[in-house]
Write a new protein. Structure first.
Length: 248
């Protein structure tokens, strides 16, 4: 959808710089080649005429695809009048975030990305015997605040100003069913089934892996570099990740 001349990373950088008006992007990298796409984006950015043409075309294709998959009304109004998780009526459920995840899934099939994002919300603890303030103080995640959908919460007040509250609830439930920890579709759906749903994984053109066969995390990297990581061998999760990364 982005087009043949821009990679997703290059598009993201150009969109941040030109459309959103940001002056900086941060880039995490494990190998020097991880900087190639951002450097290419900077090169394109320097050619204002070319950058404007490529970026406008890519944004229009993405918008057109989203309208086709989501419907024009939802595309224009679906995320409006949705309270923040900081408002008590939401009971700290990340309503807007979850609806955005649903949009990313339906419009663009961003399965792995959305699974990771919702997984972060699932980790937020929320105790029913505590007040909103007590829970917020103890369990709010500053990096990715809010919590996952909870069907026991009455969202009538939270969604009273939305144009279609019932559709919101259905989408929230659908995201939760896709990614909830106990029946994660990551463990159930095959690559063929994901492809039929439009969730085909993009090609990984990385020439070599910094941490082959391993689930990369900050703690793993730091401990590995310090020589403090245990040598118990690859876990089942690590093996699954390796298979997924290599497209086997």
């Amino acid at each position: 959808a982005i087009g043949p001349e821009l990679s997703p990373i290059a598009f993201a950088a150009l969109h941040a710089w030109k459309t959103q008006g940001m002056h900086t992007v941060s880039v995490g990298f494990a190998r020097s080649s991880d900087l190639d796409e951002v450097i290419e984006a900077a090169r394109i950015y320097a050619d204002k005429e070319k950058a404007d043409v490529l970026l406008k075309a890519a944004e229009e294709r993405l918008d057109t695809l989203a309208i086709e998959k989501l419907g024009k009304e939802w595309y224009e109004k679906g995320l409006l009048n949705v309270p923040s998780f900081y408002e008590k009526s939401s009971d700290f459920i990340a309503l807007g975030h979850i609806l955005w995840i649903h949009n990313c899934m339906k419009a663009y099939g961003m399965y792995e990305f959305c699974n990771d994002r919702y997984g972060s919300l699932l980790k937020t603890k929320w105790l029913k015997n505590k007040t909103y303030e007590e829970n917020f103080k103890a369990h709010a995640n500053a990096g990715n605040p809010g919590r996952a959908f909870d069907d026991s919460v009455d969202l009538t007040e939270a969604l009273k100003d939305h144009y279609d509250p019932e559709q919101v609830k259905a989408k929230l439930q659908e995201v939760h069913d896709w990614f909830k920890a106990d029946t994660s579709s990551a463990k159930i759906l095959s690559d063929e089934e994901k492809e039929k749903l439009g969730w085909k994984q993009a090609y990984n053109l990385t020439t070599w892996e910094e941490f082959p066969g391993e689930v990369v995390s900050v703690s793993h990297v730091i401990l590995g570099r310090m020589g403090l990581k245990g040598g118990t061998g690859p876990s089942k999760t690590a093996k699954q990740e390796a298979v997924s990364m290599r497209g086997l």
